[in-house]
Write a protein that binds this ligand. Sequence first.
Ligand SMILES: [Zn+2]
Ligand SMILES: [Zn+2]
Length: 869
Amino acid sequence: MTESEIPKEYNANEIEEKWMEKWDLSMYHFNWGEDTRPQYIIDTPPPYPTGNFHIGNALNWCYIDFVARYKRMRGYNVMFPEGWDCHGLPTEVKVEEIHRITKNQVPRAEFRRMCRELTEGNIDKMRKTMLRLGFYVDWSNEFVTMEPSYFVKTQKSFVRMYNDGHIYHEEHSVNWCPRCETAIAFAEVEYDAGQTKLNFVHFDKVDIATTRPELMAACVAVAVNPKDERYSRYIGQTITVPIFGQNVALIADEAVEPEFGTGAVMICTFGDKQDVRWWLKYGLPLVKAIDKQGKMAKTAGKYEGMSITECREAVISDLKTAGFLYNQTPLEQNVGLCWRCDTPIEILSEPQWFVKINPEGILKAADEINWYPEYMKVRLQNWTGTMEWDWCISRQRIFATPIPIWYCKQCGEVMISEESWLPIDPNEAATKKACICGSTEFEPETDVLDTWMDSSITALHVTGWESEHELRLPAQIRPQGHDIIRTWAFYTILRSLALEGKRPWDSIMVNGMVLGTDGHKMSKSLGNVISPEEVTSQYSADAFRQWGAVGGSTGSDVMFRWKDVVSASRFLQKMWSIYRFSMSHLKDFGPEGAEKFPQDSLFTIDRWLLSKLNRLVETATKEFDGYQFDSTFKAIRGFSWEVLADNYLELVKVRLYGDKPEGRKVAQYVLYRTMKTLSLLLAPFTPFFAEELYSRFSNESVHTQAWPTIDESLISEEAEAAGELIKDITSEVRRYKSDLGMALNAPLKKIEIYNADIDTGDIAGATNSEVELMKGAPSFEYVPVEVKPNMGLIGPKFRKEAGVIIKALKEEGPAVIESQAASGKITVTVNGRQIELEPETVEIRKEVISGGREVDVLEVSSAIVVIVR
Ligand SMILES: [Zn+2]
Ligand SMILES: [Zn+2]
């Protein structure tokens, strides 16, 4: 063994920093040129570069890093790439804040430069946290979506999908966030229950009920249910909208609920999704009452320029004054909110870019993918089943991938970039050819792409799409949070099918959210945010990673608990002392010894340990293959602590310290093999700690070693049963000593074991006593030596007389009382009176005599252990 002083305490921070400096990160690189090992490509989620790699990211990366390290050890050519999903609104807002500007006050290019600069700094900060946590990604496959080298692919994918008819440009109703001033996709609308008022308004023929009176300017029809007899005579007639005065048709539609409100509803463009359905179905006119900033438009007449809320109040007040409003009732209603800023969304009709959705294809691909956990697939299926509108991919923002489109000023024709012109920003570069009408005057598209257009091609990107390498699609796994199944997972499947006709990955592993120590979602306002740095500075990265492993199972939300980190830290210390002890006995034992050691000289307890060790490898491998990190890690921890430390080491201590070379060598062999195997099993979970352990076994890194293989020949039920008996007998004898107040190493006269076929050397060592394995059955004689009255029974029944009864029982003596009890009744004379007692009111303590000696007898499963006192 490599000689080096092993300190008593494990100083995690010192050792983690040491390895951070020493490690050669190229050992984590994917080999593009190789096809001898199977590939294992991870479609890593590219985090948004906020500058803060938060605990939720960290949990997700724990899972990915465990898998990446495990698969490397299993012989896969692993790619654990790292991407950065840069574009989007939060960065724009931050830049506006930092520079105290709004995006329109500086030129587009300058604004983009500011966003890039902020993003670069943020990425640097997050990289540091990742390294500190032991997340060793493949930096040779890093991607940054704002870089031309990446967004050229986003643009290429757009051009291809446009040319293949998957993308179109059209005026269409879209979800609109008036605060962000951009269209958003349905997947980005969050619904929340809110309180509103239902307003009852007289129209000239019918009364209607509405929650959106400010949209009366955009009322294009009134609808009733065809079966509603109250209104049937008006169907087909026109009615007049109060205040605004437009005449609209009264139509009949099954979807109107007669029980709701008055049974008559306004159809406005657009109050909600149902309005859009009716508007399309009946070919109604379009009136835009709300503009892109969420202000009332010209069509709202005297209300023009008001905010939506101001207008609602003004219209209600005017309706009241004019006598049209006759009732208001409170109403619970689900309100659609922008997921970025929580502003209520509006539905506007605007020219936008859309991607066609093919639900059947997506559902089919979802079935080809393995979902971990399986039930997460339902979320995707449900979402896919509710899609009514195509995916709106254009955004009215700046910091995003430009849409490579120009419009001809002469004839309005769309000019799409050729692939060879990409990457390109149409706002900065002209087209390279003339329009079909001959004109060379173009207007660039100022809309940009939804950031999901960047991130939904990560699976394609990491598998080498449009690179100098051959395409290795599908990737093997997509790890991601359950909150972005309907966005990232959905869009990625869609794009992979549209562009390559294949599923993006073989498997998807879904992680939960991290909740604060109070069980609530972590948020600044609740003050329950914990940063990974806080944990590493107080404890260690390896402790944090153990929390990640055991905090919860894949898919479920995980609460952050300091006590998990504390016990993780304690496990490292415990493991360290096991290691330190083992190594102190391995100074004269090396790898040569481990290789050629004759297996038939193993003691039972050695075979027991090796059988358990191989079963541990079996379990860990099976659980790891199913991405069950909690059960994998718990199995390793349980083995180390209970099987190895609490039992095996105690049993072999005497052999290790002893002077019999053979017994010592065997124990050394087992320890060597076990500690080395444990270093390997721990490597994915606690990479720093495992490296430190392994460094005394080899000059190579533990992270370039193979995962331990299962040695079937060492798994033996017979050895396990026999070893279990040795372990149990030893611990029963120890308990016996401690019950008698004896020191654990105090020798007993002799221990005789009946009915067991085991070797007894380790029991003798661990109990410091002579042990003999006996044949046949022991013969015992039981001599009653003491009467123990049961006060719980005698006291309540005899009260004042209890004392004298007990005295009488004692005076009779154990032998007499025992024989009376055996006959079914005990009789004692008290104050001249005979009193009868049930046999259970006394207990008779007996001494056991065997072979003429006073002994104690312990029964340990089928064995009988006779201890000579
Ligand atoms: Zn918003
Ligand atoms: Zn033209």
